[in-house]
Ligand binder design. Sequence first.
Ligand code: GLP
Length: 247
Amino acid sequence: MEIIIRLDADSAACEAARLIAEELRANPQLVLGLATGRTMESVYHNLVRMHQEEDLDFSGCRTFNLDEYVGLATDDPSSYHHFMKERLFSKVNIDPCNTHLPDPKASHLKAECKHYERLIVEAGGIDLQLLGIGLNGHLGFNEPFSALQSRTHVQTLDRVTRNQNALLFSDPARMPHQAITMGVGTILEARRCILIATGSNKADIIARSIEGKMTAMITATALQLHPACTVVLDEAAASNLSRMQVK
Ligand code: GLP
């Protein structure tokens, strides 16, 4: 694992965006795995700025998001479809036909999960997967006890996740109980992973994910198996790493 530590959240987001841009410039047909959450807002802000000021070109790029809530309409302001459209897709030159998220309204959710996996395979697999981390160590919505070889599936959301994400709904009671998420196995097949975490509230879970024993209780520990994983942190999120505490 390569760990990059930057002074603050803005510089960490800048660094993550720089790494993504570098991959996209090297391979304009990049298959990019995308994530949502507050941490990603400034990563996407930086990518949009690079598109506007530095001609970063998304026209050949295909994207697959990690997850989506079950049951929300795609234009619901709390849906990840809406988040991605607002934060990135409508602001860069990506072809909407090349952007993919699981369909939250599919009548057969299991079939939708299989279909999503097939689409990823047909695209040649994910070149670069961007990841955030939940306070319980989830990647995507792979909650504690998710099999480390799981594929795209319907996941019942953990209490910690519901508390963390309910605040992003105008009415917290509207937060769905389930989501469709790429599995841990799906994520680990990406050729490269970049995880970004900022803020002192992530310090404990980051230390346990990077330095702790691998366990299905903390999905992010599975990244210890990945041959090309970069973790971008700010100093606050890195503050519980034992190497940081050696003077
Ligand atoms: C959601 C997403 C996760 C993401 C997490 C981080 O739960 N499903 O993929 O890692 O948010 O959220 P934040 O950046 O708001 O801490």
